[in-house]
Write a protein that binds this ligand. Structure first.
Ligand SMILES: [Zn+2]
Length: 401
């Protein structure tokens, strides 16, 4: 937490009824420059501009003056492998610690991404996700094992498998209803059948780590794939005679993940995805090294070296995830990609909520939504995060009245 020296400490929980006033709210239908939000329990129950604010706080109601700070919906990360030094696939404790690390950076809901590994290991990791699942940990993202060797990126090729319905069933059963998304390479034999089976089981299918042609990718989107795993990375580049996954993705209705760290894609590409679609989804693809020192790490059993925050496989020098956090991805979207703040909020919160089927209560500041909130200063640095109406960590905000 930085830039909060003008704030003082308050009680750690939002009381029965709390109004956050003096905020620049990025609400579902635009920015309210001097607005207020009333929270009861874990939910947002009212919202409006200053002119309509409740005149006086009543009993059991506190008013917190945000002094012009930004108020955004909590970020939702569809693609996270670790953070704060913790590899989420190592143990349930590491899983929880990685989630807690990202929460301090504004991520109030997340998937746990699991890279290709022996199926028994994946089943165990999926059981951990099921046991830890909460309002914070929505479910798992299986990034493998049904991926293309030619585009494995930092995935361990030894653990990649051809599409197999029995294996998919094992994985789904191990996750106990908490397998949210799975990345599949649609050009593999039997992939379309696998995609249909996953969708039938309630799993959102993503296309990625794939050498698919435009026609193969189009067929997968037509079969119901609704997400694209880190668009542009681990797939063929757009070519005017073979548009590949990228060309098919722009024509589809699928959400488009982008790792907006200034390294995986050029800022102008993130800006272009925002300009040409309303389906941009900012993700981190963070590994354990996010928020941790440079040095040696591992991903899916492969050695990774992190230099100046850039994570690469030691063996092939392929990019191996990122050291990004959602607040950084969001800040770069606004500052480096010149994406309007309400569109950046859509990409970091609203669009991923839609992918997960959570739009009725998450991903926006609106009446009836959970009070998952991020308070940011003028430079878009995180000042405070609330999850379900409760501040996390030490609160740093002035109480008035
Ligand atoms: Zn990943």
């Amino acid at each position: 937490m930085t830039g909060a020296t003008h704030f003082v400490r308050s009680a750690d929980a939002l009381t029965i009824m709390t109004t956050l006033a003096g905020a620049r709210i990025v609400a579902a239908d635009g920015v309210i420059h001097n607005g207020w939000v009333t929270i009861q329990g874990s939910q947002i129950v009212d919202i409006g501009p200053a002119a309509t604010a409740p005149v006086e706080a009543c009993a059991n109601e506190s008013v917190i003056d945000l002094q012009g700070a930004w108020l955004l919906p909590g970020f939702i990360d569809l693609h996270m492998h670790g953070g704060g030094g913790h590899d989420a696939s190592r143990s349930p404790a590491d899983m929880s610690a990685a989630v807690a690390f990202h929460q301090r950076h504004g991520t109030t809901r997340t998937l746990i991404s699991l890279v290709a590994a022996p199926v028994d290991d994946l089943c165990e990791q999926l059981r951990w996700v099921a046991e830890l699942s909460s309002a914070q940990i929505v479910g798992a993202h299986l990034e493998g094992p049904f991926l293309a060797h030619a585009r494995c990126g930092a995935q361990n090729p030894a653990h990649l498998l051809a599409p197999d319905l029995a294996t998919l069933r094992r994985l789904i059963e191990a996750a106990h209803g908490h397998l949210s998304t799975i990345t599949i390479a649609p050009e593999l034999p039997g992939a379309l059948e696998l995609i249909t089976a996953a969708i039938t089981a309630g799993v959102v299918v993503a296309i990625g780590h794939s050498n698919a042609t435009y026609d193969q990718a189009t067929a997968a989107y037509a079969a119901g794939a609704m997400l694209t795993t880190h668009l542009f990375n681990a797939m063929a580049p757009l070519h005017h005679r073979e548009p590949g996954i990228v060309g098919a993705a722009f024509e589809s209705q699928a959400a488009l993940e982008v790792i907006n760290d200034g390294l995986h894609v050029h800022p102008s590409i993130t800006a272009m995805v925002n300009r040409t679609t309303d389906r941009l989804v900012l993700i981190t693809d963070a590994i354990a090294a996010a928020g941790a020192p440079d040095g040696e790490y591992s991903l899916g059993g492969q050695a990774v070296r992190v230099t100046h925050g850039e994570a690469r496989l030691v063996s092939t020098t392929a990019l191996a995830g990122s050291t990004l956090t959602m607040d950084d991805a969001f800040r770069r979207a606004v500052h480096e990609c010149a994406i309007p703040i309400e569109r950046a909020v859509a990409a970091a919160s609203t669009n991923p909520a839609r992918v997960l089927g959570l739009s009725h209560h998450a991903g926006a500041i609106a009446v009836g939504c959970d009070a998952d909130l991020v308070v940011m200063d003028d430079e878009l640095r995180v000042l405070q995060v609330a999850k379900g109406g409760r501040w996390i960590d030490s609160p740093i905000i002035t109480v008035r009245g």
